[in-house]
Design a protein around this ligand. Sequence first.
Ligand code: ADP
Ligand code: MG
Length: 218
Amino acid sequence: MIKAKDISKSFGDLKVLKGIDLEIRDGEIVTIVGPSGAGKTTLLQILGTLDKADTGIIEYDGVLLDKLNEKELSRFRNKQIGFVFQFHQLLPEFTALENVCIPAYIGGKPRQEAEDRGRHLLEFLGLKDRLEHKPSELSGGEQQRVAVARALINDPRVILADEPSGNLDTENKQELHKLFFDLRDRFGQTIVIVTHDRELSGMSDRKIEIKDGVIYNG
Ligand code: ADP
Ligand code: MG
């Protein structure tokens, strides 16, 4: 379970988050919706420990993240959280398989083991014939599936996705959305998705609406 309590964040004079309280259960698929500039990305980055709140606390399964030092926090992030961004953020000079394996190498997994799992994941995502392709040789939908495989390589319990389908056409979008539900059903992952897509937020277990830095429904 992820628990956020009284999360506030300002950038200079701009108060972006004003006391967010949030609980997300294990295996839940939650969408975060709201107008552009509402603070959705900021909240997701804070939940993912990529950014720090000014006030408030975050707990994962009762572990207070404030108590971890930088090194422990990076390790925690590497093992427990998979990120999927709107623009895949794959490294252009590496192949699909290499991109997928990078978080495993960072986590200290032996090369062979990482590659076996990377191959397996890419196969599962329908990319068996694309292992050696560079990102520029892949379609938008394929790039995003590689990014999902990368998010899954360390078998994280939580996936945080920031407008993951914002850049995809209808077909690829629906496929990616279905994938999130498949993952949850097969592996029990907890998935938090920032999205503008009504179909996706409609399908999710819970929709959290955020506006002007507060949650007003959810
Ligand atoms: P959303 O994802 O809902 O569109 P964001 O969380 O990205 O919103 O941004 C919320 C507000 O905070 C916006 O007005 C944005 O310009 C501002 N903001 C976000 N990150 C920074 C930053 N690093 N420095 C200054 N302002 C920022
Ligand atoms: Mg955003």
